[in-house]
Design a protein around this ligand. Structure first.
Ligand code: HEM
Length: 194
């Protein structure tokens, strides 16, 4: 909430139009899309955890996927074109490639999550959607981290833009996969030996 206040509120109240001169509409859409995805994704995880209201879950999920696909395509386009870059500045930079990979990773996770739901593999569906939601949060982590000077200087300022989404995804993966590597129950282990 504090992060939203710090980052999105100035855009929502039009109070920093000057600092996004020429592309404020895009910034506004970006802010709305990000806020929508954080809300809808969080709501859907909550509904899934309570195993309730699957009809609403489907609708909310469709909203999340629509917002997300639009936002990821927009981010990918911004990363690969001169829009939102200083005149004459290089188009493909460390930051834009990281953004492109983040958008691609979100599309992959969300796409695999949707495919699994369509094929009624709900355990896999849940895991892919959790990964996609962690990637949505990395936008927020990245913005918060960029305000901490020591983090911004990591690896000459090159590392943190990757760390801000690869790091949370790695932690998420460890947590998701932890149960699948657990010690086998003794009885089952004996049966497998025979
Ligand atoms: C950000 C998180 C999530 C999103 C965006 C999401 C999205 C969706 C969508 C779009 C559908 C409809 C798919 C279709 O058109 O057939 C769906 C169905 C479903 N999801 Fe999720 N999902 C999320 C998390 C989860 C989790 C964690 C679980 C639990 C394992 C889960 C369980 C289900 C089930 C059981 C259905 C089928 C509902 C039905 O057929 O009535 N979802 N989800």
């Amino acid at each position: 909430m504090a992060a939203w206040w710090l980052i999105a509120w100035p855009v929502a109240t039009f109070s920093n139009v000057a600092s996004h001169k020429g592309h404020f509409a895009l910034t506004f859409v970006h802010m709305m899309g990000g806020t929508g995805m954080l809300t809808l994704g969080g709501l859907n995880l909550y509904l899934a955890a309570r195993k309730q209201h699957y009809r609403i879950h489907r609708r909310v999920g469709q909203g999340y996927l629509s917002f997300g696909t639009f936002a990821a395509l927009l981010a990918g386009w911004l990363a690969m074109t001169p829009a939102h870059k200083a005149a004459g500045a290089p188009v493909l930079t460390n930051m834009s490639v990281s953004l492109l990979m983040l958008a691609t990773s979100w599309l992959a996770c969300a796409g695999l999550g949707l495919r699994a739901a369509r094929n009624r593999r709900f355990a896999s569906h849940g895991e892919w959607m959790i990964r996609s939601y962690v990637l949505v949060w990395s936008f927020v982590f990245c913005r918060i981290a960029s305000r901490i000077p020591a983090i911004g200087e990591l690896g000459n300022g090159q590392a943190f833009i990757w760390l801000s989404w690869v790091g949370p995804l790695l932690v998420c993966e460890v947590l998701l996969q932890w149960p699948s590597g657990a010690r086998k129950p003794v009885l089952k282990a004996n049966a497998a030996d025979q």
